[in-house]
Design a binder for this molecule. Structure first.
Ligand code: ZN
Length: 272
């Protein structure tokens, strides 16, 4: 039986804020030393001034291990592999709520599959207070298209993953946002209709990797005067039910253990 990971997902927001030199949201629980140390090592101790978070829905740790070869380009762009424990119940709005507030579900208020606007302090509020410009690019009706609404920031709601990524590529080229969160959902969609190892699910893993690579290349091309944190950051894992369909929501390592991947794309100025 696989063990549960110990590094909590609730410590991610505090870590991103630390490396961007931004005061964290009020209820944010902590920091991940390995991530903070990794980033400062890459930047010679300077903060990163940009972050691009790619949020591929439902990629669990076991999927990263089983299909390791499909993650080669993810690891190349973002070499720091962090084993994290997501929050319970491992449902999309619950997990993204904690990922971007740094708070437990009982604190941010989403404890089941519902998508209300989160009222407590979030990474987006923290960025705005610090004078930074965040935005969210998400597929319509998704959790990420709803739960962080009502902030003084921009939201780009797209029909599906491909158009969300196209929008994100455009926004990177415009060079005006400091934090861009890009949400994609194909793997979650197809694994619920089939199972996490189906051919369609495997194609979705490939699509996520391709999109992540496109985003990294675009940052290298257009954010040349910025130090950028690049993250591949799923919300929860999956398992296969006795009735054979894919699912998630149980307190089991398959659903709760996730790998995140982080890298730094340094500014060209820093390299000189
Ligand atoms: Zn999800």
């Amino acid at each position: 039986m696989e063990e549960f990971n110990t590094l909590p997902l609730t410590h991610l927001t505090g870590s991103i804020c630390r490396v961007m030199d931004v005061a964290p949201p009020k209820q944010s629980e902590g920091e991940i030393d390995r991530l903070v140390e990794y980033v400062f090592e890459k930047t010679n101790g300077k903060p990163v001034d940009r972050a691009l978070m790619y949020n591929p829905d439902a990629i669990g740790q076991w999927t990263c291990k089983k299909y390791s070869e499909k993650f080669a380009s993810v690891r190349k762009n973002a070499p720091l592999e962090l084993p994290l424990l997501t929050v319970f119940p491992p449902k999309t709005p619950v997990c993204f709520g904690s990922m971007y507030t740094g708070a437990s579900p009982s604190v941010h208020g989403i404890q089941s599959y519902t998508k209300p606007v989160i009222k407590i302090d979030s990474i987006f509020d923290a960025m705005i207070r610090a004078g930074k410009k965040p935005c969210i690019v998400a597929v319509k009706n998704s959790s990420m298209s709803k739960i962080f609404n009502e902030r003084d920031m921009d939201y780009y709601i797209e029909d599906y993953d491909d158009t969300a990524v196209a929008k994100a590529l455009e926004l990177i080229e415009q060079d005006k946002y400091d934090l861009i969160c890009v949400y994609n959902q194909e793997f979650d969609d197809v694994m619920h209709r089939s199972h996490p190892n189906s051919k369609r699910s495997q194609r979705a893993i490939n699509h996520y990797a391709t999109y992540f690579d496109m985003l990294a290349r675009q940052i290298e091309k257009h954010w040349t005067s910025h130090n950028t944190l690049l993250g591949y950051a799923p919300d929860h894992g999956t398992h296969r039910e006795w009735y054979l369909l894919g699912n998630h929501g149980k307190n089991i390592p398959d659903d709760m253990n996730i790998f995140h991947y982080y890298g730094v794309i340094p500014s060209k100025d820093l390299e000189q």
